[in-house]
Design a protein around this ligand. Structure first.
Ligand code: MG
Length: 182
């Protein structure tokens, strides 16, 4: 890579408790379809239970999309179909762009069980972006530990996707790139 400003990272997000709450398994006994509400950051289940986007999730997705930067999703959610439905129904901008659209129209959505290293290997193959060029946000320390080993810059988000954590991630990515270029 040329000297100077490092390229911007390919950003990957966990879903449950990182982008939204409750986690999908906490809705067991409840049911889809999810419907939109007057608040674009809130969906409701068929029984009226709200699913809320956390922190700055919505504006971060909107900004990355406006910059022409697709994002990845790496989730081990217990209800993959419910999670996909939520991704399609959470709209992040006035043009009607969904989280699903931002994730390459679903092409970069990886939701299944197992170690998240597998999710990242798939994303690496699909995008040809090296692991060292990726930035990952997740609320689960064990996922952070697994994915860090690949060389991905990882940020733990115990309160979900806040602006502070996003900025921390960008800074951590930049310092990792600086160390690599020395
Ligand atoms: Mg999570």
């Amino acid at each position: 890579m040329a000297a100077g400003a490092p390229a911007r990272p390919f950003i990957v997000f966990d879903l449950d408790a990182c982008c939204w709450l409750p986690e999908m398994y906490q809705l067991w006994g409840d049911s889809p379809p999810f419907s939109q509400t007057s608040d674009p950051g809130v969906l409701k289940t068929a029984r009226g239970t709200p699913v809320r986007l956390l922190g700055e999730t919505r504006s971060i997705f909107a900004r990355l999309y406006a910059e022409g930067r697709p994002v990845g999703v790496a989730s081990r959610s217990d209800e993959p179909e419910w999670a996909r439905e939520c991704l399609r129904k959470f709209i992040v901008d006035d043009a009607g762009t969904s989280m699903w659209d931002v994730a390459g129209k679903g092409r970069l959505v990886e939701i299944y069980k197992g170690s998240k290293t597998e999710h990242f290997k798939q994303l690496q193959q699909k995008t040809a972006v090296p692991f060292t060029q990726m930035l990952f946000f997740d609320d689960d320390p064990s996922n952070i530990r697994d994915v860090s080993r690949l060389g991905v810059t990882c940020i733990l988000t115990p309160q979900g996707m806040t602006a502070e954590k996003y900025d921390e991630g960008i800074r951590a990515f930049m310092s990792a790139k600086e160390r690599q270029s020395r």
